[in-house]
Design a protein around this ligand. Structure first.
Ligand SMILES: Cc1cc2nc3c(=O)[nH]c(=O)nc-3n(C[C@H](O)[C@H](O)[C@H](O)COP(=O)(O)O)c2cc1C
Length: 225
């Protein structure tokens, strides 16, 4: 009996250790949960792809904003047509019941800037979603904009997505909360493809991302569009 118990205990410890060392598989399983296509190469067969970068931090020149710039630089070098939007510059109000109507039908209902940005999202081949981690989530600017796509989210089809986030914490699992928020949106769209992400950790101070490997990572992701 003692032998069986100690064998079972040993098997349990081995299983726990194996699962700890399996972060690659865990990441894949986590992604599968969202039913989002993943591709290392572009699925969009166009010479000049259009890229819309949604820079979601309220800190202009902050960490995610700088990473967005690096991504833009890379994407331009790759021949893409790039537009970066600093979301905080726009008047985007909370989703209201009236916003359930189709954007095309409700141009006179929504008087803020949300329909303009949603149209840019509809026109883009590739969308970069970026936000700092705010209380283990994305920030209010990005969430409010995402909610305002509601009247057109089923038209946001066949798009490719990149995610950019930054956080003060040194643990990648903290950045994953923002990634999960982005994925929660993207998984609701028709046939999206996830192309890549930057999870810039250990960055509390504004601009502290400068000179880190995350900048190079963002540039290289951009060149891959
Ligand atoms: C309201 C607020 C909430 C934050 N919450 C977190 C958090 O939950 N975890 C974390 O690691 N950092 C958190 N931070 C720090 C930011 O994620 C970090 O400073 C990040 O680099 C900011 O990016 P930005 O320069 O692009 O704005 C928070 C910052 C603010 C202002």
């Amino acid at each position: 009996m003692r032998h069986i118990i100690s064998t079972l205990f040993l098997a349990l410890v081995v299983a726990m250790l194996a699962s700890c060392g399996n972060s690659g598989e865990q990441a894949a399983a986590e992604q599968d949960r969202y039913h989002i296509n993943r591709s290392d190469t572009s699925t969009i067969k166009k010479a000049h792809k259009s890229v819309l970068i949604l820079s979601g931090s309220p800190r202009r020149g902050g960490n995610t904003d700088l990473l967005c710039d690096e991504f833009a630089r890379g994407a331009k070098a790759a021949g893409a047509q790039v537009e970066k939007i600093f979301v905080s510059d726009y008047d985007i109000r909370f989703f209201q019941e009236a916003d359930e109507r189709h954007v095309a039908d409700s141009a006179d209902v929504a008087t803020d800037d949300a329909p303009t940005i949603v149209r840019k999202m509809l026109d883009a081949d590739i969308i970069v979603l970026s936000s700092p981690v705010y209380f283990m989530n994305i920030d209010g600017q990005m969430k409010t904009l995402i909610d305002r796509t509601y009247s057109h989210y089923t038209d946001l089809k066949n798009k490719e997505f990149y995610y950019i986030t930054a956080c003060a914490d040194n643990a990648e699992s903290t950045a994953d909360y923002a990634i999960a928020a982005f994925r929660g949106f993207v998984m609701c769209l028709p046939n999206p493809t996830e192309r890549g992400m930057v999870k810039a950790i250990g960055l509390g101070r504004k601009g502290s991302v400068k000179g880190t490997a995350f900048m190079q990572q963002a540039y290289e992701l951009g060149t891959g569009v």
